[in-house]
Design a protein around this ligand. Sequence first.
Ligand code: AMP
Length: 277
Amino acid sequence: MQIFTHKKDLQEYLRKWFSGNTIGFVPTMGALHAGHLSLIEQSKKKCGVTVCSIFVNPTQFNDPADLAKYSRPIENDIQLLEQAGCDIVYNPDTNDVYDGEPSIIQIDLGGLDKVFEGAQRPGHFDGVVSVVKKLFEAVKPTDVFFGQKDYQQTLVVRKMIRQEDMSIKFYTCPTTREADGLAMSSRNARLTIEERAQATNIYKVLKQAALKQGLYTPTQVEEYMHTELKKNSLMQIEYASIVDPTDLKPIIDWQHGAVILVAVKMPSTRLIDNVVL
Ligand code: AMP
């Protein structure tokens, strides 16, 4: 496995050894777990060469404390990627990604960036599209792999690819879960024992809500989710909503599919999860 900190060297290596190959790309912020590794596995199945980036992007954190607390176990990450058979790691600093000071680019995301995560974390998706665009320009992938765990992010990045006319194939990969159903996340490590015990109820409520599709209205199912999630004393609900899976707008029936989105705040961290119907 080759590790690069400068995109110039990465590009030269790809040109020399992998020209003509499909390039699969998995952007991450490190603190890797089995969810990230499942994206690597998908990329390896589909592409001639797999590149994983590890970069904690400052521009997508609206909360400086969250950025400061973000875990950076780079040695362990590299070991996991090596074991997973990743070909190339791009582990740049801010200067290499942004060619200087971090900057924000504006792309019309058709309002997808203003709701749910965008509303709870103002500026978050401006930071996401800025870094993803820079990383795509650095790696020049043919195929990219993102997790359904961050459902809204998959819509935002797909929209960016269309808006910017990039010729890149986009794959959404299923959410990898702990044995009790909790979606794997680099932030789970911050949960206390009590928080962790309650966190398992997020996916339980999502699954119960999914079973009510067609039997109740989306609004009734949202009410059910609020009632159930509120039983967890350490959880503050940010949203528990059932919306259109393509534009995240409210729905009044189940005819055109749905996605159930949940975000909760716990004392030590916030957690998101979703189920697509
Ligand atoms: P992050 O390092 O949190 O920026 O995540 C990097 C990529 O891994 C994103 O495309 C995430 O959606 C994806 N990811 C994070 N957690 C999971 C999970 N539990 N299952 C599948 N993909 C995930």
